[in-house]
Design a protein. Structure first.
Ligand SMILES: [Zn+2]
Length: 319
């Protein structure tokens, strides 16, 4: 059977597991700033493939612990400064491993909450203060999983998010910035977590998002750009959140993603013939899961975690 119709589950499994064994290669060191996020992408892909135990749990948790600072925040790798995005990845990894109980979640939540700007509702990524709508999403994702949204001013962040919306229905990384699918995922994710999706026009946004599909089935992130597997997540997940998933050609997109698999070593690339990496492997699989692809566990469009993981974490922290 051609790779254009088959998901190469065992190949992807061995590809992801092998990433952990390449510690002495130059490639490993060059991507060190991506370590915690890489672990999250790998574990999410494995969990959706039904192989959530393929990486050693104790070592995974010990690595996450080695990235934590005294203030509760996490860096990308041991010795790296704490950052809100890496703290979000750490919480997602610990949720996937059902290990949040082994950490001081109150301390983690306080670190994240302190990064909110109490005048604008935006979040800084770290103590240096740069802001980006991705940081607000990361905060809402992790604080809601931990049942601690009450530590921040939710309505203030919601109005900040709305100020990032453009006339085309999309959102940018700050007020006035061009619409971009990645930022739309984060902004719609914040509104979904806050229960405020009624504040936007779903049809206008759904039009912009569905126009991202190109004749080969793939999706781009902005007009005039090339298709790329990761947009299977950044475009599809907001469409799912606003109930407009049916507005794109699902079969065409599934074919495009499957055509980006590496049939030799496993993994999924950004587009056919390119080199596979764990980021695109994750978002190819999460995209296929949203499309209801057979054999994959269901992904939660808001949290980018398997639905059963979100449910289990909510049951524990949102009493
Ligand atoms: Zn990409």
């Amino acid at each position: 059977m051609s790779t254009e119709s088959t998901l190469l589950v065992d190949k992807h499994l061995s590809y992801i597991v092998s990433l952990d064994t390449k510690k002495d290669t130059l490639e490993y060191w060059l991507t060190e700033h991506l370590r915690l996020s890489g672990l999250y992408w790998g574990l999410t892909a494995l969990a959706l493939l039904g192989r959530q135990n393929a990486l050693p749990r104790d070592e995974t948790i010990a690595f996450v612990r080695s990235c934590q600072h005294k203030n509760g925040g996490f860096g990308a790798a041991p010795g790296h400064d704490a950052h809100i995005l890496n703290t979000g990845y750490a919480v997602q990894i610990l949720a996937l491993q059902d290990a949040l109980d082994e950490f001081d979640t109150e301390l983690i939540a306080k670190y994240v909450a302190a990064l909110q700007n109490r005048e604008t509702g935006a979040f800084a990524g770290d103590e240096w203060g740069e802001t980006d709508t991705r940081f607000i999403y990361s905060a809402f994702n992790c604080l809601s999983l931990l049942g601690r949204l009450s530590l921040i001013d939710v309505p203030l962040s919601v109005s900040y998010i709305l100020s990032c919306q453009n006339y085309d229905g999309g959102f940018g990384l700050c007020p006035g910035a061009e619409s971009h699918a990645g930022q739309i995922f984060t902004c719609i994710g914040v509104l979904a977590i806050a229960g405020k999706l009624d504040l936007i026009d779903r049809d206008v946004l759904g039009d912009w998002l569905s126009e991202r599909q190109l004749p080969n089935g793939g999706l781009n992130g902005r007009p005039e750009k090339l298709e790329d597997v990761c947009y299977s997540w950044w475009v599809l997940s907001p469409l799912a959140m606003i109930d407009r998933l049916g507005w794109i050609d699902a079969n065409g997109l599934a074919r495009f993603i499957l055509g980006c698999q590496d049939p030799e070593v496993g993994g999924i690339a950004d587009r056919p013939e390119d080199r596979a990496d764990v980021f695109h492997t994750c978002f190819g699989i999460t995209g296929l899961s949203l499309l209801g692809f057979k054999g994959l566990k269901e992904v939660d469009a808001v949290y980018c975690l398997p639905k059963d993981v979100v449910k289990r974490t909510f049951a524990r922290y949102n009493k």
